[in-house]
Design a protein around this ligand. Structure first.
Ligand code: F0G
Length: 434
């Protein structure tokens, strides 16, 4: 039995051929996921094959996604795979961050080490490869930065035409620069992320363009391997908690699916608990998770946060995310703008650094630790989703005490580090430094 597209809704579970360019169930409108028959090899053998591939020079084996291809077997052939050697991201310990959060230890899985600087590359290698398989010449996405840079790179590497839609005036400059450099046709729309996603879905359907936002189930398959690689790096010992920021909620959906599949295959013995952290001004999933009635998510019409990657008021993947967080015995936290900004500076002082949304993890862990939800001696991995260079303007303002939150509210920098202007005078500089 080949891989199939399966409706995620429990009451439906309709199945469709893997070669259909669909993103929602044509029968009930539910989200779709990729379903597989049982893999050919047992867990022990998979672990051995995957470890051996680390010494291979074959592009497919060097990719931190395709190295684990037995857990994402949706292709019949691998000669069309487009890879920029994504994944291969490190686990880094941050003692200073641990101390800040009240933890004995804390480890970061840093997805910012990816070719275009974010975890999107793990998913995009799969999404772009599926576009090739479907014979779709054009691909599109809406993005506040990382998705557009990633899609532009993978589409251009594959010989596809990338079209990106971005909220006008609401994208990081560095990310826009990447998309332009990688040759994406770039449209700036006077609307927010949620509104543009609806627009792009209409256009994709009308013009026969393949949609590569995280509603695309093949993106989710690629992002699953972030968890597989992490377990491989930990010799298949699951941590107690995995903490990540949540925006459109594709990544949490991918992590949960990957972890469940690894458990079912016998690759890991227990499920880590999953904690999603949202920005307080953009926290519809937090509200849903902590409400008595979890039947429907109430969108935030005007989401506000400087962490633009998670400035999403109507996350499409919430049903999957709710399932994954609940199944894992996890939780959802929310953090304020100053909490994100200070946590980000602390991650920087570990010599690690990340973009703003990623820092919501440390701020969230600190809160969950203070509330007693996470024990001080818990084994916790925080996933830093993007590179420190995403929002340099944010960083400069923070360290010079000029960062303002939504609505112009000043953010007091607890860990500011402003540069000092000095005269060209050795004596005076020496006096300053002694
Ligand atoms: N962290 C970073 C660095 C991101 O770029 C994103 C999403 C998220 C977290 C949220 O992940 O949506 O799977 O819950 N960025 C999108 C973009 C909005 O356009 O690049 P999610």
């Amino acid at each position: 039995m080949p891989a199939e597209l399966v409706c995620f809704a429990e009451r439906c579970r309709a199945r469709f051929p893997i070669t259909e360019a669909i993103y929602n169930c044509p029968q009930c409108g539910g989200l779709l996921e990729v379903g597989y028959p049982a893999p050919a090899a047992p867990a022990d053998e998979l672990r051995k094959i995957w470890r051996a591939r680390r010494t291979s020079n074959a592009p497919l084996d060097q990719s931190g996604v395709w190295r684990y291809r037995e857990i994402i077997p949706f292709l019949e052939r691998y000669d069309t795979v487009v890879t920029l050697r994504e994944g291969n991201t490190p686990l880094l310990s941050g003692p200073r961050a641990a101390q800040y959060a009240g933890m004995d230890a804390l480890v970061f899985k840093h997805q910012g080490f990816n070719p275009t600087g974010s975890f999107k590359d793990n998913g995009m290698t799969c999404g772009a490869t599926q576009a090739i398989r479907l014979g779709m010449g054009r691909v599109a996405c809406v993005s506040t930065g990382n998705t557009s840079a990633s899609m532009a790179a993978y589409a251009s590497a594959a010989g596809l035409d990338p079209i990106i839609f971005i909220p006008h005036g609401n994208i990081s400059y560095g990310k826009l620069a990447q998309a332009l450099e990688y040759g994406a046709r770039t449209l700036q729309v006077e609307a927010n992320f949620d509104q543009i996603l609806a627009l792009v879905r209409t256009l994709a359907e009308r013009l026969g363009i393949y949609l590569l936002n995280s509603i695309n189930p093949f993106r989710i398959e690629g992002q699953k391997t972030i968890m597989v690689e992490m377990m491989d790096q930990r010799d298949w010992n699951p941590p107690d908690w995995i903490v990540l920021p949540g925006g459109n909620l594709g990544n949490i959906s991918a992590f949960g699916k990957g972890l469940r599949e690894m458990r079912d295959l016998g690759l890991i013995r227990k499920m880590p608990r999953l904690a999603v952290v949202q920005a307080a001004g953009s926290a519809p999933f937090y509200e849903l998770f902590h409400s008595a009635d979890r039947a429907a998510l109430h969108p935030v019409t005007h989401p506000e946060t400087l962490a633009t990657a998670i400035k999403i008021g109507d996350p499409v993947s919430w049903p999957k995310a709710l399932h994954e967080v609940s199944c894992s015995g996890g939780t959802v936290e929310r953090v304020t703008e100053p909490e994100i900004a200070d946590a980000k500076a602390i991650i920087g002082r570990c010599g690690i650094g990340c973009e703003p949304a990623s820092a919501a993890t440390l701020a969230g862990i600190r809160k969950l630790r203070a509330a007693g939800a996470i024990a001080a001696d818990a084994d916790v991995v925080a996933v830093l989703t993007g590179n420190v260079l995403k929002d340099p303007d944010y960083i400069y303002r923070y360290h010079t005490g000029t960062l303002e939150g939504p609505g112009g509210v000043a953010i007091r920098a607890e860990f500011g580090n402003a540069p000092t202007v000095v005269p060209n005078d050795a004596d005076r500089i020496a006096a300053l430094l002694s």
